[in-house]
Write a protein that binds this ligand. Structure first.
Ligand code: XIL
Length: 381
């Protein structure tokens, strides 16, 4: 393992990564294709411009979470290729999916999604090398044993190494903190972090960097957006963790803000904006990595819900995209027909959640237009 500390973050952190260029290229290709068709058709084509095109016009990358069952619906697959410049697997790269049997890695589902990305010239976002959930059954009892750390570092090298050169950015560590667990550092009391020592996370970043030197490496977590004591605690803890990792020379390039929103939660533009600017001061890229909007507190009426969801997300995105370090927006899914929010009983009255930009028939919802407006109004990166 590379133990050489890196006192400062690599200059490449601030460079335009390959995925920005790729997104730009496909936008240019789309525009060129448009030049060959009559003007009324060109106008129609423009109306069909995906979110990725609007984002790319500001140097931002838009993408979406996807799972293998999504590909069974060809119109949906087409919509993803049209809207997104980058995709991230919802479950297929998680450890419980890739190594059900110890030592017998099976990347077939993840490869199905990687192939879809390749065929449609989309970038890939790796999610996630280390996460305290979705751990294979065989590994669970081993993690707090003497070989626990080695097993986790091997998992990190294995999955990132397997996709070496094909993944633009990786969530190396997902959901590392939970200040309520009582560790002085605020690290989650998951066996590997149980003593509250971030040194282990720094090692995971080194393992990731060795496995794929070109991928941008992220720490990704939730619960930073709102104005409440728990979120305030989480913001403080995450900043301290980042400071600690930087001081140790961990090769970290980015911070992922999951951004699972909920209408009804209290949002302070100043608090959230200040938080993002503090992270940006560490010369990290910031990704909005798992955007969706929980509408479970709203009335069942669809028009009312869709409007409130769009307004809420628009406010949050407006604040986020005003910070130039925020380089990407990824929604956790694209259409309301595939959302993790329907897998939980979030609504008492059995109304389906409507957290995403497209509806079940792939029509654009007010949320799509709110995201598009946020891109249009964002300063150029
Ligand atoms: C979710 C997936 O969308 C679900 O399909 C799965 O059952 C559970 O995990 N934060 C994360 C994601 O980082 O990995 C989670 O994804 C959603 C919350």
């Amino acid at each position: 393992m590379d133990q050489n500390p890196q006192p400062t973050i690599r200059a490449t952190n601030c460079e335009t990564p390959a995925l920005d260029r790729r997104a730009m290229l496909s936008a240019v290709a789309a525009a060129c294709a448009g030049a060959l068709v009559p003007s009324h058709a060109l106008a129609a084509t423009r109306n069909m411009e995906g979110l990725k095109t609007k984002a790319a016009a500001r140097g931002i990358v838009y993408g979406a979470e996807i799972t293998v069952p999504v590909l069974a619906n060809p119109s949906l697959a087409k919509a993803i290729a049209r809207e997104a410049a980058i995709i991230t697997p919802g479950v297929e790269m998680k450890w419980g999916a890739t190594e059900k049997l110890r030592g017998k890695a099976d990347y077939s589902d993840a490869e199905t999604l990687a192939r879809f990305a390749g065929e449609n010239r989309l970038a890939l976002r790796g999610h996630a090398a280390l996460w305290y959930r979705n751990i294979p059954v065989w590994a669970r009892p081993l993690l707090d044993g003497p070989r626990g750390k080695d097993i986790l570092l091997k998992r990190t090298s294995d999955v990132i190494g397997h996709f070496r050169g094909r993944v633009a950015e990786w969530d190396v560590v997902n959901e590392a903190i939970d200040p309520r667990d009582g560790n002085p550092t605020g690290l989650r009391k998951w066996p590997p972090f149980a003593k509250g020592d971030p040194g282990y996370i720094a090692e995971a970043f080194h393992a990731a960097k060795d496995a794929d030197p070109k991928a941008l490496l992220y720490y990704n977590d939730y619960g930073f957006v709102y104005d409440n004591p728990r979120a305030a605690d989480r913001r403080k803890t995450a900043i301290a963790l980042i400071e600690n990792l930087m001081n140790r020379g961990a090769p970290i390039n980015g911070f992922g803000v999951q951004t699972h929103l909920k209408v009804g939660s209290v949002f302070s533009p100043k608090i959230f904006g200040d938080f993002l600017r503090i992270i940006a001061d560490y010369k990290l890229r910031i990704g909005i990595t798992e955007l969706d909007v929980n509408d479970s507190l709203l009335p069942a009426d669809i028009a009312i819900r869709d409007k409130a969801v769009a307004e809420h997300a628009g406010r949050v995105l407006g604040v986020a995209l005003a910070v130039p370090a925020v380089k990407s927006v990824i929604t956790w899914g694209l259409t309301d027909s595939f959302t993790w929010l329907n897998s939980k009983s979030v609504r008492q009255n059995n109304v389906d959640a409507r957290p995403l930009p497209l509806d079940r028939h792939l029509a654009r919802k007010p949320l799509w237009y709110a995201i598009a407006d946020a891109f249009d109004n964002a300063p150029h990166r």
